[in-house]
Ligand binder design. Structure first.
Ligand SMILES: Nc1ncnc2c1ncn2[C@@H]1O[C@H](COP(=O)(O)OP(=O)(O)OP(=O)(O)O)[C@@H](O)[C@H]1O
Length: 287
């Protein structure tokens, strides 16, 4: 069976560093899956995603993405007539690309990276991310710039998408549509997504697997469908419902299906944990 990603006994230490950032990582990620990586700041999420994208050379262990070493110069592959990038890595450096702050039109920008060759995909992405081709980049809000960037980053189809928290300033609708698009992609063609995030809103139904990286080690690997059950809490009035009172401004929000409590409990006790400062569920004010 071929895997989207296969990692065997990977240990990675940055040059000049005293300790490894990743230790003895073993992973097998099948095709047509969505993997969520959860970990405290400094746990090694970005390092892992960058290694998978070929940005760092793996010296200890083995990494195969689409069956090949991601550090090799081969960056695309063919499925029939279609050409695919093997990996697309969208991370924090990519978010700061200087071109997005210039006085340039969105249509011009997208055309310069090959939109005409991927017209249908580009149109779909512009529609789901609500990007207007007549916008000028320097006039956009941060969230609008991010949406244009995401259209750019996702325009060319990929086999393995590595997302390193790039949805942080999307509004909830754009984020939800983007996650829906990625879910649809993984269901309709041979590809997989690995997503490292600290934001769990709207993710409860999204992943197939949820992994916990702690101090460079993969300490939990859950199968979403097999291992996770959402249960009604005794004080909840429903499951994920919102009731607007006709008589006033009161809104009743029942406990919603969320992976946030799982992440909170995993990260409790992990290094860089400040969970003692968190407002508990019970005390949390409704803003
Ligand atoms: N270029 C580098 N040189 C040396 N050490 C590094 C470098 N980049 C990251 N590290 C170290 O590797 C470890 C993992 O960092 P990484 O950026 O992968 O964490 P992360 O889980 O992505 O964190 P965050 O949630 O804050 O983005 C940290 O201890 C960090 O200090």
């Amino acid at each position: 069976m071929s895997f989207a990603v296969e990692v065997l006994n990977l240990t990675y230490q940055f040059p000049g560093s005293e300790t490894p950032s990743l230790t003895n990582i073993d992973l097998k990620i099948p095709w047509n899956t969505r993997t969520l990586i959860v970990g405290a700041n400094g746990a090694g999420k970005s390092t892992l995603l960058k290694l998978l994208s070929g940005k760092h050379l793996c010296l200890n262990g083995k990494i195969l993405v689409n069956g090949s070493d991601p550090f090799s110069p081969v960056h695309s592959t063919k499925d029939g007539e279609e050409e695919y990038l093997i990996t697309t890595y969208l991370g924090t450096e990519w978010c700061h690309m200087s071109i997005i702050n210039r006085d340039i039109g969105v249509a011009e920008l997208l055309n310069s990276i090959g939109m005409p060759h991927f017209q249908q995909r580009g149109d779909t992405l512009c529609e789901i991310l609500d990007v207007d081709l007549s916008w000028r980049m320097f006039k956009l809000s941060d969230g609008q710039k991010r949406r244009v960037q995401l259209v750019m980053g996702l325009l060319k189809p990929w086999k393995v998408l590595l997302l390193d928290e790039v949805t942080v300033d999307l509004d909830v609708i754009a984020r939800s549509k983007l996650l829906g698009f990625l879910q649809w992609e993984t269901r309709t063609r041979q590809c997989s997504v690995i997503y490292a995030t600290h934001i769990f809103d709207g993710l409860s139904e999204w992943p197939d697997r949820i992994w916990h990286l702690k101090e460079g080690s993969m300490v939990d690997q859950l199968d979403y469908h097999r291992d996770i059950k959402f249960v009604d809490s005794s004080e909840a009035t429903g499951n994920g419902s919102v009731t607007f009172s006709p008589d006033g401004p009161t809104v009743h929000i029942s406990k919603v299906k969320s992976l946030h409590p799982l992440a909170q409990s995993w990260l409790h006790g992990d290094p860089s944990d400040l969970s003692h400062l968190l407002i508990s569920d019970v005390d949390q004010p409704l803003l």
